[in-house]
Design a protein around this ligand. Sequence first.
Ligand code: MN
Length: 135
Amino acid sequence: MSTHLQPKGPTAKGPEQWFTGEVYFNAYYTGQEPSRARLNLVRFTPGAHTAWHQHAVGQTLHVTEGVGYDQTRGQELIELHPGDTVHTPAGEWHWHGAVADQFMCHLALWEAPDPASGEPETTWGDKLTAEEYPA
Ligand code: MN
């Protein structure tokens, strides 16, 4: 095997059923078996955020720009700044996104589960209510 420059895919818009507000992402790396690694850059416009969701094998976010939030269900809100890295363990319900008046960009690193498990990489739940997104 040798080092490969990865093809640059298009910037895609985050689907409306998974995101509130305008979110754009680039898939930078999608590992081929035996690698199941995934690396995306996700750009949230001000106020934009994910719905509640969980990752079968967890997820690590690294903030590259702006100001944002990350919150696991039932836990305190974490404010994110450039250079911050946050990890959410497998199966924990959480959301992440931009603060109301700033963009936020993060790299998202995760792994797909063993295909034999039949589990999806990410399980999506409800969108945040107006009360759940910080005022
Ligand atoms: Mn996540």
